[in-house]
Ligand binder design. Structure first.
Ligand code: M6R
Length: 614
């Protein structure tokens, strides 16, 4: 939540910062602002609403030329999204400007302290106290870097802070605790960003900062310390994607582009992870095999779509490994005093690697002695850095707020983990594992088949644009697919949508069914007859009550065709892998329905891509 950019160099800082904010806007779009250091002063502009409003303001009232600047795009926590609460916040003397991502939990006490000195807040934000504290320090003679350290030592909660000082041109200082910050290393220029998208068009060399670290950048240097000023280690890395991956490439939305990238994302996530004989080679897992063999229980945690990926994984991992596997919302996990310990493997799924609920849950699990394995798409992010092991999904940057290729590659990475555990625990024969791996290799082409046949789904979305409510049903691995379909529709189309386990229907939800309600049903492949037939019975039950049925089933499933008002054909796959193909039409449906309704698909209301506050 919130995107942050910093720059020092010879280019126009305003242009670099605004371009960076455009690429980070998916992190929040309630307001945007920039501050530059020019002619011994801080010059700033900020505007409520999307970045376009700030750009119009800057066009109307240009800021002076400068090579030193910071910027912010906001997802509001404390205070309404308006001009006053927008960042940057400037200290009382006007000398310091600061942007912030996170929540300063002790801001009320700090605000009272400042008020006692006659420094009253202009905004309702928690951020402004940090700006005023910094200003107080520099006004009392501290250097901006020293002032930042002093302030950080007083703050509680989550923060990335980035600041400039009118009397320190050519320097930007920043600090992080529990919120993301990366350095972009250029030639004769350096950058800061909430993630690498902020500076990817200028450099692909990045440095990941650790917890409670501070960095100062000039045009020629970047210096990392801890909050006491001691030199600290930070990890440089090369970003393996470029600017083109962060552009829409002719699509109307990033989301639609990302849906279409799924065949490639799956292929890339599979690449190099198995040998020719089908055995898994997950060398990147930094945990000894002996330790993984001793795992007695698995707890998967994640939020939103990542949580649903975990639900899919449970079916596969338990089936292949016979290790009991639970799935839990990361936001609930640590608050219920869960029973975890050294023989529990906690699997944390997060596309961004920055979700605060998931991060806090893994810290809790580690305190209880559990090992944590992250499944993550973002190199250099906090969750994989703090985990004991990691499997990266290679989906490339996901910019649309609604997760699509993130989900499919998370599910795939979970399959790989399950098969790897089955291999080292000998719960499956090598040829059984090889057979699943061979089927996984066919999945990019099968997802492409679904994409090639999308017109039917797009037409359906147009036809249902005015429906106030939609239901999604599934059984077994199709149940989380139903939940994911409903989540996509809620977050993009802003209509009521619910996912249910098809077997639960008769225990209550069937009461909402009437003739106007569209019901999507994910039918398991015919190979598992009991599952398949029970789901077909469920379809008949809802049809008997007049609902319109949109059935996702194998394309040649003639047993289901008579009960489907609309049949969306899926390629033949095995039951456990069906989520990889069955989810895609639901993604397309939500994307198209939101488009038809005129919504901003990439930036749905009230949301942000990375939820970095609890
Ligand atoms: O970055 P993460 O995978 O940790 O994000 C978790 C959720 O916030 C995320 O999946 C969210 O539910 C998506 N907007 C759903 O499309």
């Amino acid at each position: 939540m919130c995107g942050i950019v910093g720059y020092v160099g010879t280019q126009s800082a305003q242009n670099v910062v605004v371009d960076g904010l455009r690429r980070l806007e998916y992190r929040g779009y309630d307001s945007a602002g920039v501050a530059l250091v020019a002619q011994g002063q801080v010059a700033s502009a900020k505007k409520e609403g999307k970045l376009a409003n700030l750009e119009a303001e800057l066009a109307a009232h240009p800021l002076p030329e400068s090579g030193t600047g910071i910027g912010h795009t906001r997802w509001a926590t404390h205070g309404a999204p308006n001009d006053v609460n927008a960042h940057p916040h400037v200290s009382r003397s006007g000398r310091v400007a600061l942007v912030h991502n996170g929540i300063i939990e002790n801001f009320a006490a700090l605000r009272t302290e400042l008020e006692a000195e006659g420094i009253t807040a202009l905004s309702e934000t928690d951020t402004e106290v940090a700006a005023q504290l910094l200003g107080r320090e520099v006004d009392n003679g501290a250097d901006i870097a020293e002032a930042m350290r002093t302030v950080c030592r007083r703050l509680e909660g989550a923060f990335t802070l980035v600041a400039v000082d009118a009397q320190a041109p050519g320097r930007v200082v920043a600090a992080r605790r529990n919120s993301p910050l990366v350095v972009g290393v250029g030639e004769g220029e350096n950058f800061l960003g909430s993630d690498v998208a902020a500076f990817i068009e200028h450099t692909r060399e990045a440095v990941e900062l650790g917890q409670d670290q501070m960095v100062e950048i000039t045009a020629d240097s970047w210096t990392v310390t801890d909050f006491d000023g001691n030199p600290a280690d930070a990890t440089p890395y090369h970003v393996d994607w470029d600017l083109s991956a962060a552009q829409k490439d002719g699509f109307d939305w990033f989301m639609r582009k990302e849906i279409h990238e799924q065949p490639r994302a799956l292929a890339d996530t599979l690449l190099g992870r198995h040998a020719e004989d089908g055995s898994l080679t997950l060398d990147e897992i930094r945990m000894p095999v002996s330790e993984l063999r001793s795992i007695q229980r698995i707890v998967i945690i994640g939020c939103g779509t990542a949580h649903y990926a975990g639900m899919v994984a449970k079916y596969a991992i338990e089936h292949w490994t016979r290790i009991p596997c639970e799935v839990e919302l990361a936001s609930e996990f640590r608050y219920r005093d869960p029973i975890v310990g050294p023989q529990t493997l906690v699997v944390a799924i997060s596309q961004s690697g920055e979700t605060a609920d998931t991060l806090m849950a893994i810290r809790y699990a580690q305190e209880q002695g559990s090992k944590v394995l992250a499944i993550c798409n973002t190199n250099g992010s906090t969750i994989p850095r703090e985990s004991d092991a990691v499997i990266y999904t290679h989906a490339g940057p996901e910019i649309g707020v609604a997760s699509t290729k993130g989900f499919l590659t998370q599910v795939l990475a979970c399959y790989l983990l399950g098969l790897y555990l089955a291999q080292i625990k000998n719960t499956k024969f090598g040829d059984e594992i090889a057979a699943v791996v061979a089927e996984l290799e066919t999945m990019p082409a099968k997802v492409q088949e679904v994409l090639d046949a999308q017109q039917r789904v797009l037409d359906l979305a147009a036809a249902f644009a005015d429906n106030p409510s939609v239901l999604f049903l599934g059984r077994h691995a199709g149940y989380p697919v139903a939940l994911e379909g409903a989540l996509k529709l809620k977050e993009l189309a802003y209509i009521h949508a619910e996912g249910f386990a098809a077997g639960e229907l008769k225990h209550g939800p069937i009461a909402v069914i009437d003739k106007d309600l569209p019901v999507f049903v994910v039918v398991p492949p015919r190979g598992r007859d009991m599952l398949h037939d029970k789901t077909v019975s469920n379809i008949q039950e809802i049809r008997a009550r007049g609902a319109q049925t949109i059935v996702l089933a194998e394309a040649d499933d003639d047993t289901v065709a008579p009960y489907a008002d609309v049949l969306i054909g899926l390629p033949k796959v095995s039951t456990l892998l069906q989520p990889l193909v069955a989810t895609v039409p639901l993604q397309l449906f939500a994307c198209e329905l939101a488009t038809v309704k005129g919504h901003d698909v990439d930036q749905p209301r009230n949301l942000a891509k990375s939820v970095t506050v609890e």
